[in-house]
Design a protein around this ligand. Structure first.
Ligand SMILES: [Zn+2]
Length: 290
């Protein structure tokens, strides 16, 4: 499942490829699950829009859309009803196309002659001749459109210390669960929660409210440290991910605890423990983490 660093990497890759391009038309598949907004609304919002940018918000990919100015060659557009639609005030307001990749979702930049993969749920045809395709075999991914998208939680790479400390005040849930709660921090997933807690020296089962100011401060620093390392490592694999179906290149971050149950801690050689917290595997060093 793509976590924040992967989504950041994918969003940057897409931004480099499609910013400035115009979505000319949209095809949506018949499976209802991937569509979080009504199909006609998605089509209406995307068509004739210019992609002003692509960014990550939490674990979402956000395409910022603006009204595409009419070309100087009106003959090309003649007879197309969607240019009429684009004239309405609602269609001229900035909008966002939100993609959540779920477990297996991918956004591909394709040439039109490339074979359409099985489980393709959406195709946006671009003025450049290329296509943006959303492919998702397991259909946990979601497509929606909105005006003014905001993630429910704080952004872990931008949140200020005071706000960060406030997020956990009085919370009786394990700190691991609190880190995964998307309403508190947006986009911290299982792997990076474990890795951040290890670097901060905090056991995942500790109640969030029991963390001292110093521990919270260490956690505050370790989360972006881990995420930024992973983003830096993921950057080199952008083209693979976006253009083909290879997922290699991700999760290159050397995990210090995640997935290392029974293996020696890289700091003190104590075997790494695994516990299940709120249904999620959690890994920690019983000696380094208190
Ligand atoms: Zn250790």
């Amino acid at each position: 499942m793509p976590e924040l660093p992967e989504v950041e990497t994918i969003a940057r890759g897409l931004a480099a490829r499609v910013t400035g391009d115009v979505i000319e038309s949209v095809w949506l598949g018949s499976k209802p699950e991937p569509l979080k907004s009504p199909a006609p609304e998605i089509v209406r919002t995307l068509e004739s829009r210019r992609i002003a940018g692509v960014r990550r918000v939490g674990k979402h990919i956000v395409f910022d859309l603006e009204h595409a100015r009419r070309r100087s060659s009106p003959a090309r557009k003649k007879g197309r009803s969607k240019t009429m639609r684009a004239k309405t005030p609602a269609a001229q307001a900035p909008a966002q196309w939100i993609v959540h990749l779920g477990m297996t979702g991918r956004v591909l930049v394709c040439q039109p002659e490339e074979e359409i993969a099985k489980h393709t749920h959406a195709i946006a045809r671009l003025a450049s001749g290329r296509e943006l395709r959303f492919v998702d075999p397991r259909r946990f991914g979601r497509l929606s459109v909105t005006h003014g998208f905001a993630a429910p939680g704080s952004e872990p790479l931008e949140v200020e210390l005071g706000r960060f400390v406030d997020l956990f005040r009085g919370r009786k849930t394990p700190i691991k669960s609190a880190l995964l709660n998307q309403k508190l921090l947006s986009g911290v997933g299982n792997i990076y929660a474990d890795e951040s807690l290890f670097r901060a020296g905090i056991r995942p089962r500790r109640r969030a409210a029991s963390l001292t100011k110093e521990e919270l401060q260490r956690l505050y620093l370790s989360i972006p440290e881990v995420l930024k390392e992973a983003i830096a490592l993921g950057g080199s694999s952008v083209s693979d991910y976006v253009d083909s179906d290879g997922e290699e290149g991700f999760f290159q971050l050397q995990h210090r605890v995640y997935g290392r149950e029974g293996e020696p801690c890289l700091v003190c050689k104590t075997p790494i423990k695994r516990v299940v917290i709120a249904g999620r595997s959690s890994h920690y060093c019983p000696k380094c983490q208190k």
